[in-house]
Write a protein that binds this ligand. Sequence first.
Ligand code: HEM
Length: 153
Amino acid sequence: MWILVLHISALLLWCAALLYLPVLMVGVASGRVELQRTHSKVGALERLVFTHLATPAALVAIISGTVVFVFNRTIDGWLMAKLTLVVGLVVCHTLLGLLVLRATTNRGDPWGEHPDGGRPVTMRCVLLAAVQALLIMAILWTVLAKPDVVPVP
Ligand code: HEM
C-alpha cells in the first residue's frame, strides 16, 4: 500500500512539473515573467525544476510503479496500454529537457534576450504542454477505468 502511495505522490509531482515548466518558459520567453537568477550552480530556475524535481519524481514514479507491478503481477491489457502511454510521457519529458536546455543556454543575465526572440521555444512549449496534458489524462483514465483492452497477440 505504501509503495502505491509513493507511486501516486511521485507521479502527481512529475505531472505537475511537466505542466508547470512549459508555462514558465512561455512566460519568460514572452517577457511577462522575470526570473531572479538562482544562486545554485544549476543557474536558471527552469533547469533547477527539471533536474531537481521533475526528473527525480519521474524516476520514483517509474520505480515505485514497477515495484507495485512486480507485487501485483498485474499483466492486464489496460496496464500494457498504460505503460505504452507512459513511454510517450517519458519521450515528452526528454523533449522538455532539451527545450529547457535551449531556453536557458546563453541567458547571460536574467533579462538577456533569447537568441531567436523566444518564439520557437514558445511554440514548442505550447505544443509539448498540450501533448503532455492529453497523455496524462489518457494514463489516468486507463489506470482508473481499467478498460478491457485485449493485448495484441
Ligand atoms: C513505468 C511506469 C509505471 C508503472 C510500471 C506503473 C504501474 C502501476 C501499477 C502496477 C499500479 C497498480 C494498479 C492496480 O492494480 O490498481 C499503478 C497504479 C497507479 N498508477 Fe501507475 N505506473 C507507472 C506510471 C504511472 C504514471 C506516469 C501515472 C500517471 C501519470 C500513473 C498513475 C497511476 C495511478 C493513478 C494509479 C492508482 C490506480 C488506482 O488507484 O487504482 N502510473 N501503477
